[in-house]
Structure formats: structure tokens, C-alpha cells
Design a protein around this ligand. Structure first.
Ligand SMILES: [Zn+2]
Ligand SMILES: [Zn+2]
Ligand SMILES: [Zn+2]
Ligand SMILES: [Zn+2]
Length: 492
């Protein structure tokens, strides 16, 4: 869905309205205002629209956005979550033997964020990708991530301009003696989830947060699995949360040597923020590693003097010097064909040379987020444990008596577990869905003015229970807000 941009933070460097310029990264601010706008129109007129019903049937909101929307809408979302739960019933199927791949799911508000980010960067770069150099000065500072994204969109000639701005931003962040929070805001933008790190909002969070004790400090075990089932939490969700807490706590250890943590201190923007909430020292150490990776990138980005000259004649004249510099940098001699190709490339396609330099520089900071990998690994190991345990009757009976996995993990389990374990997970999920749909229907029925004489009961909380059913207990957490990713996530 298109979102109007009038009145939003200016990403063109031109004043658009009486709105004062935002303090932080203008692209991050544009994404935030687009999200607010989308939610405003959703609650004003969108809840009954067919496109919204369709989006809910495809899986509903992600963990972060479920909390954002829950804070604004509360029980007004009862009807929306009925579509979400009914959608999951359809995806799980009637027959547990049907191992059909799940259709792609997408959170509509994540789509809004992706659209807004791309649109803001496109406006900033200008339709012909020529405007950013002029506009950047008016909208600085962009955060590091968005300066980096401009490298994709920018006219190749502006790489040195962006390099200089990256250098200035890194210097500012490291020499200005900023607090950790301010440093993070400068480098990765303001926390988009600040508003939902509050306990008790819309009945979502149970204050205070109650992290799992069954997994005893991050130890995955049979006892922990059964204990989590006993207290009604999805063991895959709480297992991955427990291991992330363990990692962050370990990174914040008082006597941890730099060489011990070198491989494990790489966090994505979401986990840097979560780290700040749970273990500030872990966030501080990971931020230092982040800065180191950015410095490595900047050192390898070309300066204006290193770019091929703009005119063909000048490039032909300078080729000899460029060739000598390349040979000095690379000790191995290229073969005659490769050398001829490089010569023609330098003279005829200077853009390709610049792209290669940028790609080489970027390789210096490529690292996956360790905490995201921990989440993927922990939930995978929990599903493996279910596969091993649910073939025997005592454990299967305990599973059936519990709420079992959240629907996200149940769907994954149905796709990967062995026949017997799959049957148990599938039947439990179907039964839970049926009960939840009844509660949601009851919530909708009780909202009618004509039956105002009936007492109100648990159905008023049906929308929260539906969220926990679909997304797991984490939806009630106020500190670990980063959802389990489906694949590797780059560190910030
Ligand atoms: Zn930004
Ligand atoms: Zn989302
Ligand atoms: Zn789960
Ligand atoms: Zn992460």
C-alpha cells in the first residue's frame, strides 16, 4: 500500500512544511513516521477492509509489530486475530501427513518499513541518482546503515562523498564522548521499538518480564522442555530467548578477554538494542566491534584521487599508472588475458572498477549476527528434542495436555518431525486453534451492545491469548524484541 509522504520528514533536503527537521537519521525518521501513518489509517478505516483481512489470513503481524499494534488497538483487534488464527488453521491443514510447504508469510507493517526505507533512499538519491551529494549536506547525519545503502543507489562518482561522510560520522561517534544510547542512535538510528519496551501495555506484557527458569541459564534439556510445557510456554520460543540471554550475559562478563569474545560480539541492530536493555556491557562491547568493522570498510573505500578519471582520454593516459598501483597491491601476476581484460575494463567501464572497489570494502564488515544464529540454532535443537521425546507416550501425553508449541513453531515442526511426533504436534495445535477461535468469536459476540446484560469474562483477553498462541510467550516480553529470523542476519 502506498503511503503519502506529505508532512513526513524531508528526505530531499528541501523544507516541505512547518515540520521542524528531525534530530537523527532522516531515513530512519521517515520509516518511523510511515509506520505511524499506516497504523493511523489502519485503525481509522482499515480493520474491516478486504485487503487487511487477506493480510491477516496470511499470518498476521510479526512479534515487534504485533506489540506496536496491540499497544494502539487492544481488544479492537479481536476480529483481526480471528482471521490470523483461522489462516494458521488452513496452513496447518486437516491432515498432519500433508507436508506441503507453507506459503510465504509477510507482516504488513514490515512491508511498510521496507517500502518507506527504499522510497526515502530513492528520494534522497534523486530520480537520476544525482542529487544525493547536494541533498546529503541538508539532511545529515544519516545513520551508518543508510549511508551504506546509498552506496547501492548512488552515482558511482559520489562514492568518495559518502566515504567522507562515513568517516565524519565514525569520528563523531568515537570522539564525542557520547553515552551508549546516543552512540547507538547516531550509528544505527533511533530505537524503532522504544514505545513498546514498556511493561503492561494493552495487557500484552506481564510486568515484570519473567524469563524462563526451566532452561536454567541457557541449558537445553529434557527437563527444561517438559517444564516449559508444564507452565504453558512454547519451549522453542523460550529456549531461543534463554540462549540469547545467556550469550548477552556472557558477553557482558567482567573478566572476558578480547580474544575470547572476538568471534561472538557481532550483533544486528535489533540485538544491539536488546543487549542495551538486558546487558549494557554486552551492547558496548558489540558496538566497539561494529565500529571496528566500519573502520575496515571505510579504509578500503576509494577516495576521489583513487577513482578512474571521468573522461575516456584521461583514463587511457592514466592507465599505466593505475596498472602499476594494482600490481603493487596484488603480488600475484594476472595472466595475459586477464591483464588485457583489466586494461579494457579500466578504460571502457570505469563504473565496474568502482563497484569492485566498493564490494571489496564491504567484504571487510560482512559478519552474521551471532544472537540471530543462536535463536535459529536453539529453536532447531528444541524441535530435534521434540522429535526424540514425542515418540514415547509419557512425553507425548504431557505435550498433548499442554498448549504445546506456538503456531509458528508448530508449523515448522509439522514440516520436519517424524510421523509420530508430527501427529502429536499437529493434533495439539488443531485443538488449541479450535478453542481459541471459540474464544475470539465469543469476544466478538460480547462486543455487541444488544447483549450488554451478559457478564464479561476471559473472552476480553482472547486477542492477547491469540497473539501468544501464534507468536509465543515472547510477544509479552519488553526487552527481547528481536524476532527469530528465517536465515542469517548481517551484524550492524
Ligand atoms: Zn537511518
Ligand atoms: Zn513486522
Ligand atoms: Zn514458539
Ligand atoms: Zn540479531
Amino acid at each position: 500500500m502506498a503511503v503519502e509522504t506529505e508532512g513526513a520528514p524531508s528526505v530531499t533536503g528541501e523544507p516541505t512544511s512547518a515540520v521542524s527537521p528531525p534530530a537523527g537519521c532522516v531515513v530512519c525518521a521517515f520509516v518511523g513516521s510511515s509506520l505511524e501513518r499506516r497504523m493511523f489509517f489502519l485503525f481509522a478505516e482499515g480493520l474491516g477492509e478486504s485487503w487487511f483481512v487477506d493480510e491477516m489470513g496470511r499470518g498476521g503481524f510479526c512479534l515487534r509489530h504485533a506489540r506496536h499494534v496491540g499497544r494502539e488497538g487492544g481488544s479492537r483487534l479481536t476480529g483481526a486475530y480471528r482471521h490470523v488464527v483461522a489462516g494458521w488453521r488452513g496452513r496447518l491443514g486437516r491432515d498432519e501427513a500433508a507436508r506441503e510447504p507453507l506459503p510465504a508469510l509477510g507482516c504488513p507493517l514490515c512491508e511498510t518499513e521496507t517500502w518507506a526505507e527504499g522510497h526515502a533512499l530513492w528520494l534522497l538519491a534523486g530520480p537520476d541518482h544525482s542529487r544525493a551529494a547536494a541533498a546529503l549536506g541538508a539532511v545529515e547525519p544519516l545513520c551508518l546503515a543508510h549511508l551504506d545503502r546509498l552506496l547501492d543507489l548512488e552515482g558511482r562518482r559520489q562514492v568518495p562523498e559518502i566515504r567522507a561522510r562515513l568517516v565524519a560520522l565514525l569520528e563523531r561517534a568515537t570522539t564525542a564522548r557520547l553515552g551508549l544510547e546516543e552512540q547507538l542512535t547516531l550509528l544505527i538510528g533511533p530505537d524503532p521499538d522504544q514505545a513498546i519496551r514498556t511493561a503492561g501495555l494493552g495487557g500484552l506484557a506481564a510486568p515484570p518480564d519473567t524469563p524462563s527458569t526451566s532452561w536454567s541459564d541457557g541449558l537445553l534439556s529434557v527437563e527444561g522442555f517438559l517444564a516449559e510445557l508444564e507452565i504453558g510456554r512454547c519451549p522453542a520460543c523460550t529456549g531461543s530467548a534463554a540462549l540469547v540471554r545467556r550469550l548477552l550475559g556472557w558477553l557482558a562478563g567482567p573478566d572476558l578477554r578480547a580474544e575470547d569474545r572476538r568471534e561472538l560480539e557481532h550483533l544486528c541492530a535489533g540485538h544491539l538494542r536488546d543487549g542495551l536493555a538486558i546487558a549494557p556491557l554486552a551492547a558496548e562491547r558489540a558496538l566497539a566491534a561494529t565500529l571496528g568493522r566500519w573502520v575496515g570498510l571505510v579504509e578500503r573505500l576509494p577516495t576521489a584521487a583513487q577513482l578512474p578519471p571521468p573522461t575516456l582520454a584521461e583514463r587511457a593516459r592514466r592507465f599505466g599508472q593505475h596498472d602499476r598501483e594494482e600490481r603493487a597491491r596484488r603480488p600475484e601476476r594476472p595472466g595475459p588475458l586477464a591483464a588485457a581484460g583489466a586494461a579494457v575494463g579500466y578504460v571502457a567501464w570505469p563504473g565496474a572498477i568502482i563497484e569492485e572497489l566498493v564490494a571489496r570494502a564491504r567484504a571487510q564488515r560482512t559478519h552474521p549476527c551471532v544472537a540471530c544464529n543462536v535463536m535459529i540454532g536453539a529453536s532447531g535443537r528444541t524441535l530435534d528434542l521434540a522429535d526424540a521425546l514425542l515418540v514415547a507416550e509419557p512425553a507425548a501425553a504431557r505435550y498433548r495436555a499442554s498448549p504445546g508449541f506456538c503456531l509458528g513453531h508448530a508449523a515448522r515442526a509439522v514440516a520436519v518431525l517424524g510421523t509420530q511426533a508430527r501427529f502429536t504436534v499437529h493434533a495439539t495445535a488443531r485443538a488449541r486453534i479450535a478453542r481459541q477461535l471459540w474464544e475470539l468469536d465469543e469476544g466478538l459476540r460480547k462486543s455487541s451492545w444488544s447483549i450488554r446484560y451478559e457478564p464479561r469474562g476471559p473472552e476480553t483477553r482472547a486477542w492477547i491469548d491469540a497473539l501468544v498462541l501464534v507468536l509465543g510467550e515472547q510477544v509479552r516480553s519488553t526487552d527481547l524484541l528481536t524476532p527469530e529470523p528465517r536465515g542469517r542476519v548481517p551484524a550492524a
